[in-house]
Design a protein around this ligand. Sequence first.
Ligand code: IDC
Length: 336
Amino acid sequence: MKNRILHFLSIGLFFTILFTTAAVTKDHYTGSFASTHGALHVVGADLCDQNGDKLQLKGISTHGLHWFPQFVNRGSFQYFRDHWGANMIRLAMYTGEGGYLSSQEQQNKLKKQIQDAVSSCTDLGMYCIIDWHILSDGNPLSHVAEARSFFAEMSSVYKDHTNILYEICNEPNGNTSWNDIKAYAEQIIPVIHANDPDAVILVGTPTWSQAVDQAAADPIRPELATNIMYTLHFYAATHKDELRSKLLSARASGLPIFISEFSTCDASGNGAVDTASANAWFRLIKENNLSYAGWSLCNKNESSAILKSSTQNTSGNWNDHDFSETGLLLKSLMTQ
Ligand code: IDC
């Protein structure tokens, strides 16, 4: 009898050791950044982790998911995590320009891409922004019904994920006023928070997400504003001291700001890289512990492309010489 008990105990011990070892191996393999930091919260003007400690998300933005899907894969994300210290990927899903709103088939394709990219991020222990990338459709109210159903679906699928952030309108532009954006956000925020009450939501601001002063003067009403941040985007060769001051005063007034897109060249995504202005932005980002995503993960022949146009590998088997000037500047920001 005693021998049989000992026998069972040793089998038990064997399996405990086996499973513990497997768990440790898997944890190491997948990375544990996002599970260690867990659900994010906005406290005052800062992004904080589940323990209330300030957290900076540092990431790469994809180019349009429908234009450069080949770079949106696990190996590529892992490269940025392992070599540049990225802890987040932003998935730019254009709504116009042949993107999500163009056909049912395109919607299905893009949703499948998001699903795959989210599971890669989750496996890699990275945070992930799902970006409703309005651009030529300048006013988010023009497709509010489609946005509602998209975010209802996403937040229901990902309600148990703590690594997803929702960016509800990339860059409102044209005649879109802050009131329009607020009217839109006040419809979309409750849809997401109904499924996932703590989700962090990024709200665009007027003039291609630059007018954070307007948001600071008239923020989203407090009962809806839990875990809301406001986006500021910059292109270093176009946007300089004036926008930097705008950011600093909005932040000083308590507005939580997230730089969900930026690059080093001009606002067309092309033209000369402005290293001096980029470095001035990087100092500001560092001093204020701001979260950011660099535009963009592709090898298009334009200066904002992170990879050189001659780089053919798409799956993260890269070296420094595969990256453009923008790519290497972004690396310097992430690794400094
Ligand atoms: C640009 C891409 C470019 C593409 C164009 C489509 O870099 O390859 O042809 O969109 O209109 C933004 C936008 C972002 C732009 C980028 C550069 O969020 O979609 O990407 N930019 O123009 N805001 C400021 C600059």
